[in-house]
Each structure stands twice: as structure tokens, then as C-alpha cells.
Design a protein around this ligand. Structure first.
Ligand code: GLA
Length: 377
């Protein structure tokens, strides 16, 4: 591996992946989501360089990425774009970065809907800011990382993943208001386990379906706001207003909106249930969310549906749904701790029987957000 000139000792920073209990495809509509950061993370060790260049290597990939500071980097179409995009956006915000070499390691599965991209962006941003001696408010950090993904990588994602990576709290889910960026922390009940089942179908949000959904929502807002002048985002529309104005929308656009409007209501209800420690109340909302993502928003896939069916029919499972952007990736199931062993066995066997594929299952803990590691070399 290339070893660039290093002028300082290493510092290490990490940022977690996330699951989302409920509230998908609501963030870019100004709505609500209920994610938790998890105990899978991306870590970046960084050493300052004497020159005005940033370089990076990643444990999982052989190439080294290198670019000068102050010039818009070329898009490579791979993981390097997240590093280059973050550096470019931080500079665009007027920050003076110091050159550095970053070494990236991660145990967040890639392209699995657990927000490996945001974990990388946030860890890289913290590392670059750290060696440059710049302190930044966490919400601002999340917004700049989102901008890197929107404007440089080209995925028009919302703020959920970056905000969760920045603001996660151990043993807590976060009710996010994705418009005001307000957060309410809700403890995850001690008797449940968060079981993440990976369909092993890789999703690639850059490949179109995600941005297309977002564009459909924007078009629906433009159509609805002709009749509902106060509407600037789907967050502002009630189910009653949507139904009353359905003739201004195509059948597909109506279903997309019905998902978003319903999902916001479900997410607020789920947060209330969690606040009462009422896991039995949370479960059916998760199940209904999956149905809506599958039928109305059409971002599930056959493999995710199988995982959800297997989970929902298992005793001791409160609720199960796809989690994140969809088109592959993972499901999240809230499982009673007494049923966690039989759940894993039933889902593994059932999924292998029906698809011929072995799924991976991760039992996750809700974890803290991004931080500097104390034990740097
Ligand atoms: C991806 C995006 C998020 C969010 C989810 C769907 O994870 O990065 O901003 O839109 O999909 O809820």
C-alpha cells in the first residue's frame, strides 16, 4: 500500500450505521423517522500530510484515492467519491482543510440499507475537521455530509442517515423531525432485541429508483400546492386533504403520497408507543409500514417480502419491515428476547428454502453517534 508523507501521529474517528424502526422515505418530504444508530461502524484513522493533498485507502478495496485540496475532484463512481465529496463540500462551506491521509475500515455491510454511506461521510468529515482544528455543530455536520451525497455523489438522500450517525445515543431510538432537525430520544425497551436480516440483495441507490421516488414526491407537491397553497412538502398534507385532492394526481402519484402521509402518522404513533414502553403497540405499525412501502411506494423486493413474512409469522416477533431506502438490503424485526434464538433459526432456514440464499442476521444494539476514538496509536 502507498504510504504518503505523514507529519503527525494518527487520530481515529468513527461513525455508526443505523437501522430505522419506522418512517422511511419521509425524511426528504420534511417528515418524521424513528431510527437508531447501531453498533456497526466505519472508522477512519488520519495522519496530517505536509502537502495540500488528501489521500485515502480502504481495507476492503485495493485502490488508493488521492486528490489536491482546493480543486473540484473528479468523480470516480466508487467509495472514493464519498471522501472527495465530503472534502469538497467542507471547503465549499469556507473551511480551510489541512492535507491528510485517511485509512478506512468498516463493519457496516455495504449497500445493505444500513447507511454505510453516511457512516463513511460522517467519519471522514470528523477526521478532516479534527486534523484541521475545526469544531462544528453536529446538525451542521450532518447537513454538510448530506450535501456531499446530494451534490457530489448524486443521490438525493434526505437527512436521516447523517443525522443519526451524528446524534445517535446508546440504547435509544431517535424521533427525528427532518424539517426542524429536532430530536426526541426514546429508550429501546430492555426486553426486545433488534434483529437485522440481510437479504443479500445489494441495493444501489445511485442507480435511479430512489431519485425517481423523490422526483415523484416533488411533482405531487407541485400539483397539490395549486389547491393547498400552504403545502411546501408532503409533510404539510393530511390524509383528508390528500383524498379530497386525489383527482389532481395520477393513480401512482396518489399511492406515493398515501405512503408518505400515512408513514408520518405511523411514525408519530410508533414514537408514542415507544414512549409508553408499549412494544405491542409499535409492532403492528411496523407491519403496516412494510405493506405501504411494498404496495404504495413500491421500494421493496421479493426477497425483503419473504424475510418480513417469515419474521411476522414467528411467535415472539412484535413487528417487522424493510428498513432504509429499499430495493434490496435489510429488514428490521423487533423480537422478544426469549424468542431470539428460534427466530434466527426459522428465518435462516425459511429464507434458504425459499430463495436458495443464506441471509445474514445481525442482532444490533442501539449505539452512540460519531466520535473521536480515545485509543489512537
Ligand atoms: C436512504 C436515504 C435516507 C432515507 C432512506 C429512506 O437511507 O439515505 O435519506 O430517505 O433511504 O427512508
Amino acid at each position: 500500500m502507498l504510504s504518503p508523507p505523514e507529519t503527525s501521529p494518527f487520530r481515529a474517528f468513527s461513525a455508526p450505521g443505523r437501522i430505522n424502526l419506522i418512517g422511511d422515505h419521509t425524511d426528504y418530504n420534511g417528515g418524521f423517522a424513528l431510527p437508531a444508530a447501531i453498533d456497526m461502524a466505519t472508522s477512519v484513522t488520519i495522519a496530517a500530510r505536509a502537502d495540500r493533498r488528501i489521500s485515502a485507502s480502504a481495507e476492503k478495496f485495493s485502490e488508493v484515492v488521492e486528490f489536491p485540496i482546493g480543486v473540484e475532484p473528479l468523480r470516480r463512481g466508487d467509495w472514493g467519491d464519498y471522501v472527495a465529496g465530503v472534502a469538497w463540500i467542507l471547503q465549499g462551506a469556507g473551511l480551510v482543510l489541512q492535507g491528510g491521509h485517511l485509512r478506512i475500515e468498516s463493519d457496516v455491510p455495504l449497500g445493505a440499507g444500513l447507511s454505510s454511506s453516511a457512516a463513511l461521510e460522517v467519519a471522514v468529515a470528523l477526521a478532516l475537521l479534527g486534523i484541521s482544528g475545526i469544531e462544528m455543530d453536529r446538525r451542521k455536520l450532518a447537513s454538510l455530509c448530506q450535501r456531499a451525497e446530494n451534490d457530489f455523489v448524486g443521490v438525493r438522500c434526505g437527512i436521516m442517515d447523517q443525522l443519526t450517525a451524528c446524534m445517535g445515543r446508546q440504547d435509544h431510538a431517535l424521533l427525528l423531525d427532518c424539517r426542524s432537525l429536532e430530536i426526541k430520544y426514546l429508550p429501546i425497551p430492555a426486553q426486545v432485541r433488534l434483529a437485522v436480516c440481510n437479504s443479500m440483495v445489494k441495493h444501489n441507490l445511485a442507480s435511479g429508483g430512489y431519485n425517481q421516488r423523490r422526483a415523484e414526491c416533488d411533482e405531487a407537491v407541485a400539483a397539490l400546492s395549486r389547491f393547498l397553497p400552504n403545502v411546501t412538502q408532503l409533510r404539510d398534507v393530511s390524509m383528508e386533504e390528500l383524498e379530497r385532492n386525489s383527482s389532481s394526481l395520477s393513480a401512482t402519484a396518489f399511492r406515493r403520497c398515501r405512503h408518505v402521509v400515512g408513514e408520518n402518522q405511523r411514525t408519530l404513533a410508533a414514537a408514542e408507543a415507544l414512549g409508553r414502553n408499549d412494544v405491542a403497540g409499535l409492532g403492528p405499525l411496523m407491519n403496516e409500514s412494510h405493506r405501504s412501502l411494498r404496495d404504495d411506494y413500491e421500494v421493496s423486493c421479493a426477497e425483503l417480502d419473504i424475510l418480513v413474512e417469515l419474521a411476522q409469522s414467528h411467535a415472539g416477533v412484535y413487528g417487522s419491515r424493510m428498513t432504509g431506502g429499499g430495493f434490496g438490503g435489510c429488514t428490521i424485526s423487533v423480537v422478544d428476547e426469549s424468542a431470539i434464538e428460534s427466530f434466527q433459526q426459522a428465518v435462516r432456514e425459511g429464507y434458504a428454502r425459499r430463495t436458495g440464499v443464506m441471509c445474514e442476521i445481525y442482532i444490533c444494539q442501539a449505539a452512540a453517534g460519531a466520535r473521536e476514538e480515545v485509543s489512537a496509536q
